[in-house]
Write a protein that binds this ligand. Structure first.
Ligand code: ZN
Length: 590
């Protein structure tokens, strides 16, 4: 594929085309031009930051026919052969696969002979920390008294595993990860030079995906060009990377700002259903928080007008302290992700932490907040855990916080309203739906006469098997009707009549739902494929209603969520540091 050439073509072949690592280039250039060469170099740094690239440039600098130089010609036999990986005096060895003492011994045996065609024999040992102790010892002897014509370039992602005796004989350079902006800039310049059309945001995704590695960025760019049929477009790159679209991240921050935990988790669910990477999401979120904070303090640091407009709502919604804290929580969450039971759990735990510590709106809604914090503790106290913010607050299914479960509906006054529906209401089934339905039966009173009768097989009661909870769960009921039904216990179901008792604590629901019984009846009739009548009376319920069962389950989830949060060392740390409090009652379960 023609595009594959692109990354290789743009692989830096000289120090001046190398992007980043200026400190290394400066030191090496100085050593090369002054002829003060060390015999062993150690390059440390994460993968793809340029260790092998610099090693090859250094090998050319030492062997170029123009002489030892910081600017190898790139044309001569030596330069071309090193670039093509066929120079006899430049050996790259991967210590991950050649880690034993025999491998090292055979390499060192050859090192004593003079170079075949070059000035220096250059040995590049990658992942050198993988060598065995014996192999290190073998190498150490050569490092102590190196032949004049031998240069060692050791490279590692994990310098702490290298014996001090070896470290002390090397000139060490720490190669830095490439900042995303550098990657974006480099890719943009490259694409412009190549005449490949691109969307700048696509490059940002690639830079994010490359995690500081220019090599990865280049190969991702190659894939993106192939993937996009010769163009680099944001949507195609997102698809390719399974990248988390910024819209998800913005939605998370918006949900956080409005204190809507349901919306927050809905975003997480949507991401899971699309198999998006939660690690990438946390990274993206950290970046978003960072850029938002940047915009608060130094707007000029974000030259992109469009980006400033997109971030403006977050700048408004969050104060600087929260952004700092949120950034920490997100970074920490990403570190912890591999330790989580699964990525989704780790991700939603991080969201829960963010939610628990989101700032209180100053002097604003704060509906469920305890009366004001004592003076002097105002700042720290504003990091109150997950309290409801007025009307926007998420509520449990029946609108009552767990502590009020079983109690009456908040805002739904008991008394006069509740009395209204106290008489049993028997509503005829919708006759139109069942033209052949026996009209006579509909007008008949409820057949209470035979309570012990076993329902026939045709009787829906057999299908229902007495479990009102399970039946209710399968019905497609609207909000208000469902709410009413959930506060009912089943008394009896037989001969086409379902008798329910609405908990007297929720009697007002009957008055508020004049058509509820009809709707329930219509839904049941459709469900069983035959007419079903519903009779609802109000009274003291003797068994557990679905609403009560749900409240118990909700309370248990709440307890688990609170336990998870309060036992969370990270959250404890924040609480201690900020003298914050966690409003336990208002933490919402996931
Ligand atoms: Zn040359």
């Amino acid at each position: 594929m023609a595009y594959q050439v692109l990354a290789r073509k743009w692989r830096p072949r000289s120090f001046d085309t190398l992007v980043g690592q200026e400190h290394v280039v400066r030191a090496l250039t100085h050593a090369l031009t002054t002829g003060r060469l060390h015999h062993a170099y150690l390059f440390t740094g994460t993968r793809g930051v340029g260790k092998t690239t610099i090693s090859r440039i250094l090998a050319k600098s030492l062997n170029c026919v123009t002489g030892v130089t910081a600017t190898p010609c790139g044309q001569c036999e030596a330069c071309v052969a090193i670039d093509a990986d066929r120079f006899p005096d430049y050996v790259e060895m991967d210590a991950a696969s050649n880690r034993g003492v025999e491998d090292m011994a055979s390499l060192l045996d050859k090192a004593v002979y003079a170079p075949v065609s070059g000035r220096y024999k250059v040995y590049m040992i990658d992942e050198v920390h993988m060598l065995t102790g014996h192999a290190f010892n073998a190498m150490l002897k050569t490092l102590e008294e190196p032949p004049e014509h031998v240069k060692f370039i050791l490279a590692t992602t994990d310098p702490q595993k290298i014996p001090v005796t070896v470290l002390s004989r090397c000139l060490q350079f720490n190669l830095k990860q490439m900042p995303p902006d550098r990657i974006v800039g480099h890719l943009a310049g490259l694409l412009e030079a190549e005449g490949v059309p691109f969307e700048p945001l696509a490059l940002r995704h690639i830079a994010r995906g490359a995690e500081g590695s220019m090599r990865d960025a280049l190969s991702l760019l190659d894939q993106a060009i192939a993937h996009g049929g010769g163009r680099v477009e944001e949507s195609a790159v997102q698809d390719m990377l399974g990248a988390v679209g910024d819209e998800h991240l913005h939605a998370l921050l918006a949900a956080l700002a409005s204190g809507d935990v349901a919306a927050l988790l809905a975003v997480a669910d949507a991401m899971r259903s699309r198999s998006l990477s939660f690690g990438a999401a946390l990274q993206g979120l950290a970046s978003l928080l960072h850029r938002t904070a940047l915009l608060q303090f130094a707007p000029e640091a974000l030259p992109d007008e469009g980006e400033r407009a997109v971030l403006a709502p977050h700048v408004e919604a969050f104060d600087p302290e929260f952004l700092q804290l949120a950034y920490q929580i997100v970074i920490h969450g990403r570190d912890e992700l591999p330790l989580a039971p699964d990525e989704y759990a780790g991700f939603s735990m991080t969201l829960l932490r963010l939610f628990a510590f989101r700032p209180e709106t100053p002097g604003g809604l704060g509906g469920g907040a305890p009366s004001g914090p004592e003076p002097g503790a105002a700042r720290a106290r504003s990091w109150r855990g997950g309290e409801a913010r007025g009307g926007a607050a998420p509520q449990s299914t029946d609108g009552a916080p767990p502590s009020e479960r079983g109690a009456r509906q908040p805002g739904g006054p008991e008394g006069p309203l509740a009395e209204v529906g106290r008489a049993p209401a028997i509503v005829p089934p919708p006759a139109a739906d069942f033209p052949d339905g026996p009209k006579a039966e509909m007008s008949r009173d409820c057949p209470e006469g035979n309570p012990g009768a076993t329902p026939s097989l045709a009787d829906p009661a057999a299908l229902m098997e007495g479990d009102w909870h399970a039946l209710l769960a399968t019905l497609k009921l609207g909000g208000m009707v469902r709410q009413l039904a959930q506060h009912c216990e089943k008394l009896r179901f037989g001969d086409g009549l379902l008798r329910l008792r609405l908990a007297d604590t929720h009697g007002h629901l009957m008055a508020m739902n004049r058509g509820a019984a009809e709707k329930l009846q219509a839904e049941l009739s459709a469900h069983f494929g035959q007419p079903v009548r519903v009779a609802i009376e109000i009274g003291k319920v003797a068994s557990e209603t679905p609403a009560q069962r749900e409240a118990v389950a909700q309370a248990e989830r709440h307890k688990a969520a609170v336990a998870a949060l309060t036992q969370d060392p990270f959250v404890q740390g924040i609480i201690e540091r900020l003298d914050a409090t966690l409003e336990v009652a208002s933490v919402k379960p996931l």
